[in-house]
Design a protein around this ligand. Structure first.
Ligand code: NAI
Ligand code: MG
Length: 499
């Protein structure tokens, strides 16, 4: 109870005060041109956290102009060493303020502090890795076969102004995943945070200014997708859009990009298969497959939501995963013991509860969960317990569509070729998991699954050096790895006749 009171009374330094949180354009904190603002609320309690300046077309236009001027100004003369030093300074400041940033993510989008604190090494590691990349970009000398003496080589050049559109499911990490590569390659950025969780991006903006990011190099314009997001996606002054979010929005971004044929990279949704063989170490596969979906309340693009289990262990395994789900502590993310926080918003809550009833109507059987939590303090937030549906058929909507909630659809299978085919029978191709002790099965699955990542005897492992991205409708382009650098660079071929 004492804990409960402390949590309810908790006020974060960034959410105290009544001033509208301003947007960052050209190194200045400014109001929206329209004067409008919108509310950001805590999804665990419904409490108002802050009013935020609501950017629109005009603000995006100013931000893009600032980013263009910065790109063509002194920033373009910055040496790799200076961009590296800047990224290292940002890493140092983000590390110094990590506790504050992780609490702000928790307040604004609900993830448990155990999770937001737990991403520290990954987030700071990303910044340091991008710092390393800043001094590693290089073209090639290429032998050509032309007669005479003509020498050819390539230059790698920053693509220009990047429009970064991010979702709400991990705001701090999402910002760094887009701003980091832009700074490493010498691009400039206009970042549009998700309307559900704009606060950490704005606080990060203050840290970027403290670190010495020059005016206009990073601009942050909060606002709605249909207005600010769409204006950024179609802006003729933007050279590339880096987007993470739903495949529907991804499609509209591709359409919006046609006006100036800007480059686009898309990290979209998934319906990833997670495949458990009877020969797996079930002791680790149970929590592994459970957290592959329950982590972040299922609000992870690569969640392993189609759980294929070999028939001879299907009943045992699904029961154990359900028991594991039941054992997880659901609650306010500020409680350090909480393992499963609320969903981010009413919209997401409606969507997920809708799928819970769809699943039951389609004949799937909830082994645990299946209904929203509404008693007591749960009634004020958007709480859905870990849910395991058994008796799921491949054709059910809960086996085909991305739910983005803590919901497992468990499906039995009998043989390896069959599960490869059925695992691939989705329009998506982001993540996939395999649990087996048999090394040949593991390699066959690694080759057979049409997905950007295959996790074997683990799930959701991520590293700044290892590329992440989608096949099929999970998008194109890669984040992390040297592949991500290429997304922010142009290649120029240079020919010199030396004779
Ligand atoms: P969304 O794709 O609509 O939103 C993501 C970002 O795109 C936000 O910043 C939003 O403001 C912006 N946006 C929305 N419409 C836009 C437009 N027309 N032009 C430019 N930008 C636009 O996703 P939303 O509505 O938050 O969630 C809906 C579903 O999408 C979820 O239930 C989930 O299935 C999926 N999703 C997938 C994510 C992923 O990491 N791949 C992240 C968030 C959602
Ligand atoms: Mg939306």
């Amino acid at each position: 109870m004492a804990m409960q009171q402390t949590i309810e009374a908790y006020r974060h330094p960034f959410t105290t005060g009544t001033e509208v949180k301003r947007m960052l354009i050209n190194g200045e904190w400014v109001r929206a041109a329209s004067g409008k603002s919108f509310e950001s609320r805590n999804p665990a309690t419904g409490d108002l956290l802050a009013n935020v300046a609501e950017g629109d077309k005009e603000d995006i236009d100013r931000a893009v102009n600032a980013a263009r001027a910065a790109f063509e100004g002194p920033w373009s003369k910055c040496k790799p060493y200076e961009r590296q030093a800047l990224l290292l300074k940002i890493a140092e400041l983000v590390e110094k303020h990590y506790e504050e940033l992780s609490l702000l993510d928790t307040l604004d989008m609900g993830a448990p502090v155990a999770r937001t604190r737990g991403t520290k090494q990954r987030v700071i590691g990303m910044l340091r890795w991008y710092a390393g990349m800043a001094t590693s970009i290089h073209g090639e000398t290429i032998n050509n076969s032309l007669p005479g003496d003509i020498f050819s080589y390539t230059l790698k050049e920053p693509i220009g102004v990047v429009g970064a559109i991010i979702p709400w499911n991990g705001p701090l990490g999402a910002c760094i995943w887009k701003i980091g590569p832009a700074l490493a390659t010498g691009c400039t950025v206009v970042l549009k945070p998700a309307e559900e969780a704009p606060l950490t991006p704005l606080r990060l903006g203050e840290i970027l200014m403290d670190a010495g990011v020059p005016p206009g190099v990073v601009n942050i314009v909060p606002g709605y997708g249909e207005t600010a997001g769409a204006a950024l996606a179609e802006h003729p002054g933007v050279d590339k859009v880096a987007f993470t979010g739903s495949h529907f929005t991804g499609q509209s971004i591709v359409r919006a990009s046609a006006g100036n044929l800007k480059r686009v990279s898309l990290e979209l949704g998934g319906k990833s298969p997670d495949i458990v063989f009877a020969d797996a170490d079930l002791e680790t596969a149970v929590p592994g497959a459970g957290m592959a979906v329950f982590a972040n309340s299922g609000q992870i693009c690569s969640a392993g939501t189609r759980l294929f289990v070999e028939r001879k262990v299907y009943d045992e395994f699904t029961t154990r995963v359900a028991d594991f789900g039941k054992s997880l502590k659901v609650g306010n993310g500020l409680d350090p013991d909480t393992q499963i926080g609320p969903l981010v918003s009413e919209q997401q809550y409606e969507r997920v509860t809708g799928y819970l009833s769809t699943g039951r109507q389609e004949g799937a059987r909830p082994l645990t969960g299946g209904e929203a939590l509404t008693e007591g303090a749960f009634g004020k937030g958007y709480f859905i317990p870990p849910t395991v549906f058994a008796d799921v058929q491949d054709t059910m909507r809960i086996a085909q569509e991305e739910i983005f909630g803590p919901v497992i659809s468990a499906i039995p299978f009998t043989d390896i070729e069959e599960v490869i085919t059925r695992g691939n029978a989705t329009t998506f191709g982001l993540g996939s998991g395999v649990w087996t002790r048999d090394v040949s099965k593991a390699h066959r699955l690694a080759k057979g699954l049409r997905a950007g990542s295959v996790w074997i005897n683990c799930y959701q492992a991520m590293d700044p050096a290892v590329p992440f991205g989608g096949y099929k409708m999970s998008g194109y382009g890669r984040e992390s790895g040297i592949q991500q650098m290429e997304e922010y660079l142009n290649v120029k071929a240079v020919w010199i006749k030396t004779a």
